[in-house]
Write a protein that binds this ligand. Structure first.
Ligand code: FES
Length: 89
């Protein structure tokens, strides 16, 4: 269940956990948070958001190694650790 972690000037910070079969967009959608998507395959970048904290298992083809330091492609990414990730929507 995503939990509000803080609210910034630019968006809402949410902390959540995923599983091998459920991506970030899946988890957020299950709690009523709709993320805009286009390809849902990690190609177009429409679902990109900020990464605040946590280790991400990136499974997309959009971001460079540098961009992955502070961004997440929600339709294909998962939390890499049990503590989950915090994103800035
Ligand atoms: S919807 Fe295209 S990369 Fe996520």
């Amino acid at each position: 269940m995503p939990e509000p972690a803080a609210k910034s000037g630019s968006g809402l910070f949410l902390q959540f956990q995923t599983t091998k079969l459920r991506t970030a967009t899946d988890v957020l959608a299950e709690t009523g948070i709709a993320i805009d998507t286009k390809c849902s395959g990690g190609i177009c970048g429409v679902c990109k958001c900020g990464l605040v904290s946590g280790k991400v298992e990136h499974q997309e083809f959009v971001l460079s190694k540098k961009q992955r330091e502070d961004a997440v492609i929600l339709c294909q990414s998962r939390a890499a650790e049990e503590s989950g990730v915090v994103v800035d929507l």
